[in-house]
Design a protein around this ligand. Structure first.
Ligand code: SF4
Length: 350
């Protein structure tokens, strides 16, 4: 099988190409066609001589995932993409214009074994790790379709999957993304995989880190995020305290608000205490209801959301609210695939 050049970190790519193409600047040109233009055929590399393109296509591929469905843009302009992978797996990505900047949300796995109970991807269960070409492909395809310059883009790994359980491929993907997007514009979101957080913290060039907390105490967090049994909340908070955040770059604490479960002023005060000594801001995310998820899980009303946010602010926490970005196109992770996927046996039993 021909290797996909997008699966190689840029230094390995240069080394691989260096032994094949001549002169050396050709390797740099090829790298630019890939990471600056996001091309998916060697023929698109029009500045590369035909015989070199033929040689490359005999030995390698630069295929990217194929879009099989895109939603009509929502009122706020956001749009969801369903991609098909070579082995038939399907993954989602989201395009989210946000004023002057635009975010593209990527999936890192074709499913998720972490099993957060408020998440449709978790409901459908585990899926394999995505390769770097499959992650970069989501970004390059959407960037090309919307013709957005990279300097206008943020990238967030908040789609399907737990990126820190696919860290090796995520790091290769980050190295490719850094060719056009600064590390401070990229965020990796985790459910709290402590060894992955520590490994990410040791990278020379680090993305921003977001952590999905969702409850201010261990008991409730374990109810909705079973991963808490393996990586307890207090140990997770300690790993965040030792994560090296750079000046001007805060951690993001994500908090999915569930009506009458974790949205009271007392919960906000407990959350403020939990994150109080971190360089962090809280992103409050009102729950996206979905037929696959437990019936008791409801989105809080606006008054409850406002009360929660006000209490955080009064307790010295910086907070943003993700108000229904793409809600009408089912933008929470896994919801589009969930509409088209038959329930698995495991999920029916849950
Ligand atoms: S929220 Fe993230 S980590 Fe949790 S099940 Fe969903 S995809 Fe996995």
């Amino acid at each position: 099988m021909r290797a996909n050049l997008y699966d190689l970190a840029p230094p390995v790519l240069r080394e691989t190409l260096g032994g094949i193409v001549d002169p050396p600047f050709r390797a740099k040109q090829i790298e630019e066609w890939m990471h600056l233009h996001g091309v998916d055929t060697f023929d698109a590399m029009t500045s590369i001589p035909k015989e070199v393109r033929t040689l490359l296509s005999e030995r390698f591929t630069i295929a990217l995932p194929e879009v099989i469905e895109r939603t009509t843009p929502a009122a706020d302009g956001s749009q969801k993409y369903l991609f098909s992978l070579a082995d038939g797996n399907r993954i989602e990505s989201v395009y989210m214009p946000m004023g002057e900047r635009t975010s593209i949300c990527l999936s890192s796995q074709a499913g998720c074994a972490v099993g957060c109970t408020f998440c449709v991807t978790g409901f459908f269960g585990a899926g394999r790790n995505l390769t770097a070409s499959e992650m970069l492909g989501q970004f390059y395809v959407i960037r090309r379709e919307h013709q957005i310059p990279s300097e206008m883009l943020n990238v967030v790994f908040m789609g399907m999957g737990e990126p820190l359980l696919n860290l090796e491929n995520v790091i290769t993907t980050l190295d490719g993304l850094y060719k056009s997007v600064a590390p401070k514009r990229i965020t990796v979101s985790t459910s709290g995989i402590i060894p992955g957080i520590d490994e990410l913290g040791q990278l020379e060039r680090r993305p921003n880190l977001a952590i999905s907390i969702n409850a201010p105490d261990r008991k409730r967090r374990e109810e909705i995020m079973p991963i808490t049994a393996k990586y307890p909340l207090q140990q997770l908070m300690e790993s965040l305290r030792r994560f090296p955040t750079e000046k001007g770059r805060d951690l993001t604490i994500e908090y999915v608000l569930l009506a009458a479960y974790n949205d009271s002023p007392a919960d906000a005060r407990a959350l403020a205490q939990l994150v109080g000594d971190l360089d962090a801001k809280v992103n409050a995310i009102p729950f996206n209801e979905d037929a696959n998820l437990p019936e008791w899980m409801k989105r809080p009303g606006d008054a409850a959301i406002d009360r929660f946010v006000d209490t955080l602010v009064r307790n010295g926490v910086r907070v943003t609210v993700r108000r229904s970005k793409g809600r009408d196109i089912a933008a929470a992770c896994g919801q589009l695939r969930g509409k088209t996927e038959p329930r698995s046996r495991a999920s029916r039993e849950r």
